[in-house]
Design a binder for this molecule. Structure first.
Ligand code: C2E
Ligand code: CA
Ligand code: CA
Length: 388
């Protein structure tokens, strides 16, 4: 959908469904569960399920020709067995989903449901259904990670990063559930909760640094959401210019008209906008062309290659130059060593963030760190300090 348009996306789904009809055993039932997910109900006559699934997988991953374009789709299959793995339809679909998720994560082609590993794997249906409860039960927590100004080492921004501490599975990384939440309506309440908790925390702590919150540009496609953001900020009593919203370029260009309008409205209210993970999307230049923003955050992939690769160094240096020419400031993500810090300084980067400076901390730790840092180092140029 993002790369070739919805029409091609629809045509692909139809062609894939036809292919699935061909690939299935004759007495199997085929259904679409929604989005890009399909279910196949196979009556097993004693065949080896692995053999069957492997055969289907081979057929399904042959390129499909859409508008005379060959398109190859990745297919992950999860297998669950009636009786062995589940007794109800709901449980069966969930078990298959859990197995599918495992196949996806391990980069394999398919996975069988493994009952004994239940606590170590969570399928997307499981996670999604538990996520809304997690919101109400306060299972979502915030960490904060500082971003330092490279010129004087002052704390420029604290980025709020969400954590889900699940009562059974333990901590679940945002990469495992934010993407899922973005495909449903759940992302909005998550953003609201993060924004509310973070703005109130910053106010309660009397923190002078800027606050950065990650926002899915998908949320901004709904014009009302901008008002929601602004009213949360007003409720907390935070000055709008103390808030920065980070958005990835990948998502920004999905609905450029609407997103552009939302961004303009936010910026005219004083809220700053940063482009996150800059450089790794498909449309970095297009993003800069279409949207007026305040800051770019160079993706850590480039930053981490800085010392080892001349190419990465050149890319980072020209990204910095380009951003500056456009009047934007630049944050480098993923700064893990003094060497990278020094190299970035030389290249004229404005702000740095990374494990080498500070890891994400919970609210209490962050306040302690912030107080210590400001007292000890606030105002001392960083290159004159023992470590960064
Ligand atoms: P991000 O916005 O790029 O956030 C920075 C991520 O990089 C964080 O991972 C952070 O822990 C990690 N990181 C920081 N410094 C370093 C470093 O020096 N080296 C390396 N290797 N990693 C570093 P985290 O917390 O797991 O977050 C992952 C992603 O989840 C975030 O990437 C962001 O896209 C998303 N996310 C997190 N919180 C939220 C949220 O509240 N709302 C939304 N929509 N997305 C969120
Ligand atoms: Ca971010
Ligand atoms: Ca990032």
């Amino acid at each position: 959908n993002d790369r070739l348009g919805h029409q091609t996306g629809d045509a692909l789904l139809i062609a894939f469904a036809d292919r699935l009809e061909l690939a299935r055993p004759t007495d199997a039932e085929v259904a679409r569960l929604g989005g890009d997910e399909f279910a196949v109900l196979i009556r097993n006559h004693g065949d080896d399920p692995q053999h069957l699934v492997r055969k289907m997988h081979a057929v399904l991953t042959q390129p499909l020709v859409i508008d005379s374009f060959p398109i190859t789709v990745g297919v992950s299959i999860g297998v669950a067995r009636v009786h062995q793995d589940a007794h109800t339809t709901t449980d069966l679909v969930r078990a298959a989903d859990t197995a599918m998720y495992k196949a996806k994560r391990t980069g394999g082609t398919f996975a069988l449901y493994d009952r004994s590993a239940r606590t170590h794997q969570h399928g997307r249906l499981n996670l999604l259904s538990e996520l809304s409860a997690a919101l109400d039960d306060h299972q979502l927590h915030l960490n904060f990670q500082p971003q330092l100004r490279m010129a004087d080492g002052r704390v420029d921004t604290l980025e709020a990063l969400v954590r889900w501490v699940h009562p059974h599975y333990g901590p679940i990384a945002p990469s495992e559930f934010i993407g899922l939440a973005e495909q449903t309506d759940l992302i909005d309440p998550i953003t609201v909760q993060v924004l509310r908790t973070a703005t109130q925390g910053v106010m309660a702590g009397g923190i002078s640094a800027r606050l950065a919150v990650n926002v899915s540009p998908r949320s901004l496609e709904d014009a009302e959401f901008v008002n929601t953001i602004l009213s949360i900020v007003a409720e907390a009593g935070l000055a709008p210019h103390q808030l920065e919203l980070e958005m990835t370029e990948r998502e920004l260009v999905r609905q450029p008209e609407r997103t552009k309008y939302a961004i303009e409205k936010l910026r005219s209210a004083g809220v700053r906008i940063a482009i996150d993970d800059f450089g790794v999307g498909y449309s970095s230049y297009q993003t800069l062309r279409l949207f007026d923003v305040d800051r770019v955050k160079i993706d850590r992939e480039f930053v981490q290659g800085l010392l080892a690769s001349d190419k990465d160094r050149l890319i980072v240096s020209s990204l910095i130059e380009l951003a500056h020419a456009l009047g934007l400031d630049v944050v480098a993500e993923g700064v893990e060593s003094q060497g990278v810090w020094n190299a970035l300084r030389e290249l004229g980067c404005d702000v740095a963030q990374g494990y080498g400076i500070a890891v994400p901390m919970d609210y209490v730790e962050m306040r302690r760190w912030f107080a210590d840092w400001s007292e000890t180092y606030g105002g001392t140029p960083l290159h004159q300090r023992p470590t960064a």
